[in-house]
Ligand binder design. Structure first.
Ligand code: HAX
Length: 398
């Protein structure tokens, strides 16, 4: 709680830092330079991400619908509000066009994140209300079916797709469309926790920032969100969760000595030890802790889970030998791939689409706040940071 109490104090301190901008702040991707405020979430080095003041550990087991409600309304719903919100989402759920011809025409080996951006952009062409809240919630409601269709068409399984049932939960609508021959209860549980843990992560992460920047020029919510997904698709950003399972598969053993040798080998070859380290957190990411706890419940004997359990014991000790590494502990991406793989979602190429699906909730809520709530309702103006001219440019000026 001390950390949370300090958040208010740090706001004015961080603003003061603006007065101390030096050349060292230039050309570093705006790292750490305060540019705005965020009403949905913040990240602390010790407790990680908080949604509307709640540490993520308190929310991990909640229904995704209730957490979407929280991000948009800044308070958790009562049981009545929760039921009404689910009903509202189900009223919005129908896909307003036919994805068949669109998805059938895309390259099957195109990355699923490219499919996702095209899917969102298409939804916007079919039905855009030009109302930030309406469009944000319509998109949340249409994502589960669209995600399911994306998998089905990309995998060439377009025959026999079950009808959508809008009365189901968000997760069930996806898994119902996907229709895999696996333990549905486990699959739904893993996806539900995954969605909640990934919905938001402060205002300045690349995909959220990009979405808000695009929306600031009054592009539609759909265009802004498709831009966010393209930002998320980069290997330094959202695609790390794909790389992480690929890394775990490469480790291939849960024997502590062999795992230690593997980690040391990766470091010697100057390759990242995936699933460890963080730009802001200085302890194990509570989102990793929550997923490890879920894995111990659901799949303690799964081979990949055994590997990440050993990695969690071994890697922080090895990484901590390098004083440059500010956080040698597990991050959110260490466990999600092993869990998804265990419940039947075996292809890591798709993992970032789950991240994107989750983020639609937080980014949509942040775009709404910036467009409609900030500055007493005036909204944040179009983004326009200042770039300074370099000498070689100035030389040509009279
Ligand atoms: N493996 C190898 N080297 C690592 C490392 C790791 N897990 N973590 C940090 N380092 C290195 C950095 O590359 C950096 O090296 P250089 O000085 O040569 O550039 C040095 O240690 C200091 O890094 P840092 O200040 O501790 O951390 P950064 O903010 O620079 O980087 C990263 C944070 C997450 C990018 C980094 O820890 C990393 O590459 N981890 C492995 C990849 C990974 O798991 N990515 C998923 C991130 C999840 C996330 O952020 N989700 O939001």
């Amino acid at each position: 709680m001390t950390e949370v109490a300090n958040i208010g104090e740090t706001l004015s301190q961080e603003v003061n830092n603006l007065l101390e901008l030096t050349e060292s702040h230039l050309d570093i991707g705006m790292r750490g330079v305060p540019v705005g405020t965020c009403r949905t979430s913040f990240v602390t080095p010790g407790e990680g991400v908080h949604y509307c003041g709640y540490p993520i550990t308190e929310l991990a087991m909640k229904a995704p619908e209730d957490v979407v409600y929280l991000l948009h309304n800044k308070e958790l719903p009562t049981p009545e509000q929760s039921a009404a919100f689910r009903e509202d989402l189900s009223q919005r759920a129908a896909i307003p066009g036919d994805f068949g011809p669109i998805f059938s025409s895309l390259p099957a080996d195109g990355h699923p994140m490219d499919w996702l951006a095209i899917g969102i952009q298409t939804l916007g062409m079919w039905d855009c209300q030009n109302d930030w809240k309406e469009d944000a919630l319509n998109l949340v409601a249409r994502m589960p079916r669209m995600m399911g269709l994306l998998f089905r068409y990309r995998e060439g399984r377009e025959d026999g797709i079950p009808e959508d049932d809008p009365s189901l939960s968000m997760v069930e609508r996806f898994t119902n469309t996907l229709d895999l021959d696996v333990d549905q209860e486990k699959l739904n549980q893993v996806l539900s926790v995954y969605l909640v843990l990934h919905m938001d992560h402060g205002g300045g992460n690349l995909s959220t920032f990009v979405g808000k920047a695009v929306a600031s020029g009054h592009a539609t919510l759909y265009s802004a969100m498709a831009s966010s997904m393209n930002a998320l698709s980069g290997p330094l950003h959202g695609r790390a969760n794909q790389s992480c399972l690929e890394f775990v598969l490469r480790v291939g053993t849960s024997d502590p000595v062999e795992v230690e040798n593997f980690v040391r080998g990766e470091l010697a070859a100057r390759r990242p030890v995936f699933g460890f380290g963080h730009a802001v957190l200085r302890s194990e990411d509570p989102r990793a802790t929550a997923q490890f706890a879920l894995g111990e419940q659901l799949c303690p004997d799964d081979e990949n889970f055994k590997i990440i359990r050993t990695l969690r014991e071994v890697a922080p000790r090895v990484l901590a030998e390098n004083p440059k590494i500010s956080n040698p502990n597990a991050n959110v991406d260490i466990a999600s791939g092993a869990l998804l793989h265990h419940v039947g979602l075996k292809d890591p190429n798709y993992y970032t689409t789950f991240f994107g699906w989750a983020r639609v909730a937080g980014i949509g809520a942040q775009i709404f706040d910036e467009r409609v709530v900030m500055r007493n309702g005036k909204g944040v103006p179009i983004y326009r940071p200042k770039y300074l001219a370099r000498e070689q440019v100035l030389r040509h000026v009279d």
